[in-house]
Design a binder for this molecule. Structure first.
Ligand code: SF4
Ligand code: SF4
Length: 244
């Protein structure tokens, strides 16, 4: 890939279909108010232990929160995302976004990556080839060329850091207290949206609830156990384990 990459959205609408769109806390509230379903994805790690991506240490620590787990502690990162297994509820028949002016941050940032450790790979994106053959320069190296786009990416990263405490408190209010280990998978939850909206307004702050980590591989489970983590491999009843 050349150092400078051009891009112009063709409006094909593919990124609005079959993608769960990460939301800030405020956007999750708006999504719930609009009648949408939110999916909650949880992954965790132990600093200097299982799940810790050494090269992503600072980024991972800043967007996660330490919670009690067994006799140890696990840093959990929580994503609230618009649940879009098919077409987004805001995509109209002409493949136009009906909330374009107020669409979520991540919709404004796509196809750029938000994680600074993930390089932009056009082949991994839904955009058609012609989108990469027209328009202004999108990135220099891996940095967005447009200052406004850089500001949106930074705002999204900052929201991840600002929101993590409140998101964990919402999870604890709803009993969503099983994490997967980063790099091994996610736990995915589809909360009842009436309960979710209530939890957004009444998070269970400072509850110090005991969390568990879902690990199915015996060697990884053993490694997690040496850090005192409460490991479960039971068939989940209220969530799905999405392994990598
Ligand atoms: S909110 Fe709009 S831009 Fe975002 S996924 Fe839905 S239709 Fe697409
Ligand atoms: S997939 Fe790419 S080209 Fe198509 S609407 Fe989304 S951003 Fe635009």
């Amino acid at each position: 890939m050349s150092a400078a990459l051009r891009f112009a959205c063709t409006g094909c609408g593919k990124c609005c279909t079959g993608h769960h769109v990460p939301l800030t806390l405020g956007e999750a509230r708006q999504w719930a108010q609009a009648g949408g379903q939110v999916i909650v994805l949880i992954e965790g790690f132990v600093p200097d232990g299982p799940g810790m991506p050494v090269e992503q240490r600072e980024h991972a620590l800043r967007r996660s929160l330490g919670v009690p787990c067994g006799t140890g502690e696990v840093q959990v990162a929580v994503t609230f995302a618009a649940f879009n297994p098919g077409r987004c509820m805001h995509l109209d028949a002409a493949d136009l976004c009906t909330i374009y002016e107020t669409r979520p941050l991540v919709c404004r940032i796509y196809p750029m990556e938000i994680n600074p450790h993930i390089p932009l790979r056009p082949e991994a994106k839904d955009c058609p080839q012609e989108a990469w053959e027209q328009g202004p320069v999108l990135i220099h190296g891996q940095v967005a060329a447009d200052p406004a786009l850089r500001a949106l990416i930074e705002a999204s990263r900052q929201a991840d850091r600002d929101d993590i405490g409140a998101k964990v408190a919402v999870c604890e209010r709803l009993g969503m207290t099983v994490s997967a280990l980063k790099g091994n998978g996610f736990t995915a939850w589809l909360p009842d949206m009436t309960a979710f909206a209530h939890a957004l307004d009444h998070p269970l702050s400072g509850s110090a609830q005991a969390w568990q980590v879902h690990v199915e591989e015996p060697k990884l489970a053993e490694a997690a156990g040496t850090y005192g983590l409460h490991v479960t491999a039971q068939t989940p009843e209220y969530y799905t384990f999405i392994g990598f």
